[in-house]
Design a protein around this ligand. Structure first.
Ligand code: GLA
Length: 374
């Protein structure tokens, strides 16, 4: 769990911003809710190497990274950085780590970096994708310092679980409902590969994001984030998005402006009962167990405990609807089970064979269900 700069700030990152983000995440409860990593993305490096080394842009990081990583570590955070397996990064065009894996991994370790997101743009001529990712994994391991290694290659390949701790299964997310749905469906294909320490990554959360990328493409974004939270997903969509990421045991990497976050967004991102579904120690990815062909879905995630499930009644359709979740579809024995609603924070009682709820369009009802049959 953590935060990533890209979807709100793009290349507008700095030492100052990271300190503000860290302070905000302490004050608003995100750190204590489990958001541990503060990750920068593309846009931190100078356009050319200096004596063979990647160099943090001094306009953004005047003292390099050490002062800011010390600041983050002193407050209980870890620090994530970004590079690319090719010759240049994706958007900023800074140098990639191809052919410089050892030098870069050693620098990252010396700077106090704990996490590397490794992108897939501009591969070197005739190189192998798997080989490039493996060389960086080995270089990170050779530093002797633990790193989380995040593969960002936009689709699942079978070699990824043996190299990364998480791997992107999808194209880039935006705060647009259709991307959320596409990413959920794509991320399900490799569900069996997820487990503790190795996760399918349907990309960062866009809960509470305002679509700066759209503004940027239209040359309207001037770095002013005052509008953050005014557009993007609706509350129901934000809740459904967050719930489904928890159901998929996905990394929960917020990417909104946590410094100027509306209270409703803060409540969504810090819902401990939903976070507990995501962080369940079994690490089993939830899957679709029922659909009616018209946009109504039931998902189930096996949780630790006797016949215990998180069950999501998910309405992707354009109208409000009732959805019935049957215990048998979630592989819980027919008969009685207790139901708790994880957004109402309420025990709903004992229900026989299933549970029916009204679900708004693009909304979700998320339950914890425990069978009471021995
Ligand atoms: C790619 C990645 C994104 C982001 C950008 C930065 O598109 O998939 O997540 O890191 O590059 O350039």
């Amino acid at each position: 769990m953590g935060w990533n700069s890209w979807d709100t700030f793009m290349s507008g990152i700095s030492d100052k911003l990271l300190r503000q983000v860290a302070d905000a995440m302490v004050t608003n409860g995100m750190r204590d809710a489990g958001y541990q990593y503060i990750n920068i993305d593309d846009g931190w490096a100078l356009p050319n190497r200096v004596n063979g080394h990647l160099e943090p842009d001094p306009a953004k990081f005047p003292g390099g990274f050490k002062p800011v990583t010390d600041y983050l570590h002193a407050r209980g955070f870890k620090f994530g950085i970004y590079s690319d397996r090719g010759t240049k990064t994706c958007v900023s065009g800074a140098p990639g780590s191809y052919g410089h894996e050892t030098i870069d991994a050693n620098d990252f370790a010396a700077w106090g970096v704990d996490y590397l997101k490794y992108d897939n743009c501009n591969p070197a001529f005739l190189t192998s994708q798997e080989g490039d990712y493996r060389r960086m994994q080995e270089a990170l391991m050779a530093t002797g310092k633990p790193f989380v290694f995040s593969i960002c290659a936009w689709e699942f390949k079978k070699w990824m679980p043996s190299i990364g701790n998480l791997w992107r299964t999808t194209d880039d997310i935006t705060d647009n409902w259709n991307t959320i749905i596409n990413n959920i469906d794509k991320n399900e294909k490799s569900a069996n590969y997820a487990g503790p320490g190795r996760w399918n990554d349907p990309d960062m959360l866009v809960v509470g994001c305002f679509n700066v990328q759209d503004l940027q493409h239209n040359h309207l974004f001037d770095g002013n984030t005052d509008l953050v939270g005014n557009k993007g997903l609706t509350d129901d969509e934000n809740i459904a998005h967050f719930s489904m990421w928890a159901m998929m045991a996905a990394p929960l990497i917020a990417s909104n402006d946590v410094i100027r976050m509306p209270e409703k967004i803060r409540e969504i991102l810090t819902n401990q009962e939903v976070i507990a579904v995501d962080q369940d120690p079994l690490g089993i990815q939830g899957i679709k167990v029922w659909e009616n062909g018209k946009g109504l879905f039931v998902y189930s995630k096996v949780l630790k405990g006797h016949d215990t499930r998180a069950i999501a009644l998910f309405n992707r359709s354009e109208s409000n609807a009732e959805i019935m979740a049957k215990w048998i579809d979630a592989n819980i024995p027919d008969g009685k089970a207790t139901v708790r609603d994880l957004w109402k924070h309420e025990d709903m009682g004992m229900f026989t064979n299933g549970y029916k709820a009204y679900v708004p369009s693009h909304g979700i009802v998320l339950l914890k269900v425990v069978s009471v049959i021995d």
